[in-house]
Write a protein that binds this ligand. Structure first.
Ligand code: C2E
Ligand code: MG
Ligand code: MG
Ligand code: MG
Length: 291
């Protein structure tokens, strides 16, 4: 009976796997068409200064609404795009959309930055810096308006090659950010060798810090490490007021998460920015907004 059950289990597993790869193949074809037809959307999530409550920047997050399957999450289609060579056109699309939207917002918020996630493949593409330079020039933005979020794992696949690309991006003025810090095979040795400006503490630690003292200790240590290395430290995945307060106390430079603002379409983000109280002018008392 046990053997039979095992066999049955195996068959079920095989079937599930086969359905999985059929879906992957179908999605891949659809993704190719969607990219070519410019059907992917870009949403934006604010990065907020915990001291002032104001957005210092936004992160671009790609969205795909499939005509039959509905919303397909990036964690499913980004790996597909990476494996199939679709990641280059996808990155181009997100980059150009993000810079175009950011150029509009910077007319009212001149210091606002936009962050674009780069996958491992893009980071090893020697043509990327020129592509970024062209995209910046097209909308007339300085390099410092752009933050590029990378993961250490991506860099480690070929350090020398990645470093050449990273240094070229830096020469354009773009800021580099290490995403999901604390996960994967992140290694402190690599962190010190990368020409980065910002560190983002992975949300798995941030979400757990209220309930777990060891996770809180990891976050505290990461903030201190980032500051020792001269980096701006961002905490991602802030979902409640208590965590926000704890991160502000730890000296986090920016916070991001559902508690501050969810990823939203460009028009919604513009309205969200407009609702923020103006920054207090230097030298003037910090007056609370009239209720
Ligand atoms: P990431 O860059 O670490 O982005 C943060 C993810 O956490 C986003 O998921 C965001 O929606 C989600 N998030 C933000 N705040 C909270 C929170 O308070 N709680 C929880 N539970 N989640 C929160 P999303 O948009 O599904 O993206 C997942 C990953 O896919 C991203 O992780 C990034 O690695 C990748 N990705 C997204 N857009 C792009 C893109 O345009 N290009 C590339 N190469 N990768 C992308
Ligand atoms: Mg990111
Ligand atoms: Mg992240
Ligand atoms: Mg992530």
């Amino acid at each position: 009976y046990a053997a039979k059950r095992e066999r049955t289990g195996l068959r079920v597993w095989d079937a599930v796997d086969a359905v999985g790869s059929t879906r992957r193949l179908a999605l891949l074809g659809d993704l190719r068409r969607s990219i070519a037809a410019d059907e992917l959307a870009v949403h934006y999530q604010p990065k907020v200064d915990p001291g002032t409550g104001r957005a210092t920047g936004v992160e671009a997050l790609v969205r795909w609404h499939h005509p039959e399957h509905g919303r397909v999450v990036p964690d499913e289609f980004i790996p597909l795009a990476e494996q199939s060579g679709l990641i280059a056109p996808l990155t181009t699309l997100v980059l150009r959309t993000a810079l175009r939207d950011c150029a509009r917002w910077r007319r009212c918020r001149p210091d606002l930055t936009v962050a674009v996630n780069l996958s491992a493949r893009s980071l090893l593409d020697p043509g990327l810096p020129e592509q970024v330079a062209d995209a910046l020039a097209e909308v007339g933005l300085p390099g410092r308006a752009l933050v590029l979020e990378i993961t250490e794992t991506a860099v480690m696949t070929d350090l020398d090659r990645a470093l050449r690309v990273l240094h070229a991006l830096r020469r354009l003025g773009a800021q580099l950010s290490v995403d999901d810090f604390g996960t994967g095979q992140s290694s402190l040795a690599y962190l010190t060798r990368l020409p980065v400006d910002e560190m983002k503490i992975d949300r798995s630690f941030v979400a757990a810090m209220a309930a777990s003292s060891s996770d809180a200790a990891v976050v505290r240590t990461a903030v201190d490490l980032g500051h020792v290395l001269g980096l701006s430290v961002v905490a991602e995945g802030v979902e409640d007021a208590g965590t926000l307060e704890a991160l502000a106390d730890l000296g986090c430079d920016a916070v991001q998460g559902y508690h501050l603002g969810r990823p939203m379409p460009a028009e919604e983000l513009a309205a969200w920015l407009a609702r923020q109280v103006p920054a207090p002018r230097r030298g003037e008392p910090d007056v609370a907004p009239v209720p």
